[in-house]
Each structure stands twice: as structure tokens, then as C-alpha cells.
Design a binder for this molecule. Structure first.
Ligand SMILES: NC(=O)c1ccc[n+]([C@@H]2O[C@H](COP(=O)([O-])OP(=O)(O)OC[C@H]3O[C@@H](n4cnc5c(N)ncnc54)[C@H](OP(=O)(O)O)[C@@H]3O)[C@@H](O)[C@H]2O)c1
Length: 292
């Protein structure tokens, strides 16, 4: 199977590339700024340029495209909404249209930030989206455009992505920040008033490839089974990494001045993906044991 991974230099895209190569797929890695250096052909592309996307997809003629490219800087999206929409909505549409034109299956990645965070129980795929910042709006527009131009896309909504950047292996995302502070002996302020279902990049990549191999389509939440505050997440990280004397302090989302509003509660219900694959998603504890 020929798989084109768009955004292969990102955290999730690197993990998807690695898992796909490990499963014997013929992978082409598509990066934006810097070639990640996987042992497979690679191409530079800016997905905001539709002709470049079309040309590449026609040349590679993949059986499947997994689009992990996005403008993920939530505050950066707030200050540059044009670029956020260019990448997360227009770029998503370009990739989906090109996939459809060569009859390639498509996995498009989206976010829990399509929700406003007003719920108190995990969001199902059918919950009504209502984003509260530019990032979520641009990703939701991207989802809608993808559904318009591709006949049977799979849209995977993730939450709080973390893991090892590949191929270099460095830890990325929230655990990297917590571990850096713990190493320095700094106190670590952690929110107690936000709840998320962290998506471990390696486990997420395996789930995405499983969904592709199972010919699934539609919208799926792809996250751990756990619904935690950053404070609980941080406690598990320092415990797993053996920083028994780390200084964790309680903090609130309102203590930090940021351009974009964050939803307070975006835990995701993983029942649908578990039923589709006939296996449970991993828990945060299992994922951290693997990571650390
Ligand atoms: N990070 C999270 O916490 C989170 C949470 C929920 C959902 N998600 C979703 O999960 C997916 C993967 O996110 P991630 O955490 O792996 O993000 P990431 O590490 O920031 O990677 C994003 C990738 O997109 C590429 N990219 C950005 N602009 C591009 C453009 N114009 N053309 C082509 N490529 C471009 C980046 O390349 P350059 O760096 O070279 O620009 C990078 O390789 C995204 O769909 C994201 O919206 C992420």
C-alpha cells in the first residue's frame, strides 16, 4: 500500500510515518520546512498551494493520504487568522480534493478544540461543535471542506498531543515542559480547572493505521481513555520519570494571559473507535509507561 503522509515533520506525522514504515507500507513523507530524514522518499510542500498539492499527489498516486499538517499554534492562529484558515481550512481542502481525484483513502486529523468545552461528560462524535477560538474555527471549517470534496474521508479528532518526535526521539509537548522544569528543580504550576483526554502520538499513529487498514470512514475521536487535568497528568509524568521531589503547584487557566481562549473541558468519548477496531484505546498510565 502506498501511503502519503502530509506533515511528516510534525509530532504526529513523524509517528505516523514511523508506524507505516514499520508495517511495510510504501511511504512518501511530505514536509513543510525541514526534511525529517526518514528512510523513505520525501517532498517539500506548502499545502496552501493547491497546484503543488495536486502535482505531488498525481505524481505519487498514493492509495491513502494521512494529513497531519496544520497550524497548531493556538495563540498564533488568534493573531494570524488568515494564515490559520489558509493552512487549516484551505490546505485541508486541497489535500482532500487531491486525494479524491486519485481515489485515495483519506485520514484527516482534527481537534477537540472544535468544541466549546461547556460539557461535563466526554464529547461523542455527534456532539455539536462550537469552537471558541480561531484555531478551532479554522479546523472545523477544514473538517467541513474535507467532507465536501472527498467522497469517504475519515476525520480523526485528537486532544492534547504529546510523545516522541521522530525520527530523532526527543520528547515533545506537555511532558517535555514538565520534565524540563523537574530537571531544573523549578516549581511546576499545573492547571486544576481543565480536563483533556491526552492523545499519545505513537498510540494515535497505530490507531490511525488500524482504521485505515480496516477501511473505516466517518468521524472518530482518537485519544486515550483517560480524562485528566493537566495537574493529574503532570503528577503521573513526574512519578513515572522518578522525580519524587518535584514541586508541583496548583494553578488555574485564568492565571495565564494568552491570546486565545481555551475550552475548559474537552475529554473525548472513545467508544466509537473502540467498537470499530474491537479493542480498547490505551490509558494515560499505559501511554506514559511506554513514553518514559
Ligand atoms: N498538538 C496538539 O495538542 C493537538 C491537539 C489536537 C489536535 N491536533 C491535531 O493533530 C494534528 C497533528 O498535530 P501535531 O501535534 O503533530 O502538530 P505539529 O507537531 O505542529 O505538526 C504540524 C505539521 O504541519 C506542518 N505544516 C504547517 N503548516 C504547513 C503548510 N502550510 N504546509 C505544509 N505543512 C505545514 C508543520 O511543518 P513546519 O513545522 O515545517 O511548518 C508540521 O510538520 C493536526 O491536525 C492538529 O490540528 C493537535
Amino acid at each position: 500500500m502506498r501511503v502519503l503522509v502530509v506533515g511528516a515533520s510534525g509530532l504526529l506525522g513523524g509517528n505516523v510515518t514511523s508506524v507505516a514504515l514499520g508495517r511495510g507500507k510504501t511511504v512518501t513523507a511530505v514536509y513543510h520546512s525541514e526534511d525529517p530524514g526518514f528512510d523513505c522518499p520525501s517532498h517539500q510542500i506548502d499545502i496552501t498551494a493547491s497546484t503543488a498539492v495536486d502535482d505531488l499527489v498525481t505524481e505519487v498516486d498514493p492509495d491513502a493520504i494521512i494529513n497531519c499538517a496544520a497550524m497548531t499554534d493556538v495563540d498564533g492562529c488568534e493573531s494570524d487568522p488568515e494564515q490559520a484558515h489558509a493552512v487549516n481550512a484551505d490546505g485541508a481542502e486541497h489535500v482532500a480534493r487531491a486525494a479524491d481525484s486519485v481515489d485515495a483513502a483519506l485520514i484527516h486529523t482534527s481537534t477537540d478544540y472544535v468544541f466549546d468545552g461547556e460539557e461535563t461528560a466526554p464529547y461523542s462524535e455527534n456532539a455539536e461543535p462550537d469552537p471558541s477560538q480561531v484555531y478551532g474555527e479554522s479546523k472545523l471549517t477544514g473538517e467541513r471542506r474535507v467532507r465536501e470534496v472527498h467522497s469517504d474521508p475519515l476525520i480523526a479528532r485528537l486532544s492534547f498531543v504529546y510523545g516522541r518526535s521522530l525520527p530523532d526521539g526527543s520528547i515533545s509537548g506537555f511532558p517535555a515542559w514538565v520534565l524540563e522544569k523537574a530537571r531544573k528543580g523549578d516549581s511546576i504550576p499545573l492547571f486544576t480547572d481543565q480536563r483533556v483526554s491526552p492523545s499519545y502520538a505513537k498510540a494515535t499513529a497505530k490507531t490511525l493505521l488500524d482504521l485505515l487498514e480496516a477501511d473505516q470512514e466517518g468521524t472518530f475521536n482518537v485519544a486515550s481513555r483517560s480524562c485528566v487535568t493537566p495537574s493529574e497528568f503532570g503528577e503521573l509524568i513526574v512519578e513515572e520519570a522518578g522525580f519524587a521531589d518535584a514541586t508541583l503547584t496548583e494553578s488555574s487557566m485564568s492565571d495565564v494571559d494568552r491570546d486565545a481562549e481555551r475550552p475548559q473541558y474537552t475529554c473525548l468519548d472513545t467508544t466509537a473507535v473502540e467498537e470499530a477496531l474491537g479493542r480498547p484505546q490505551s490509558t494515560l498510565e499505559e501511554d506514559l509507561a511506554d513514553l518514559l
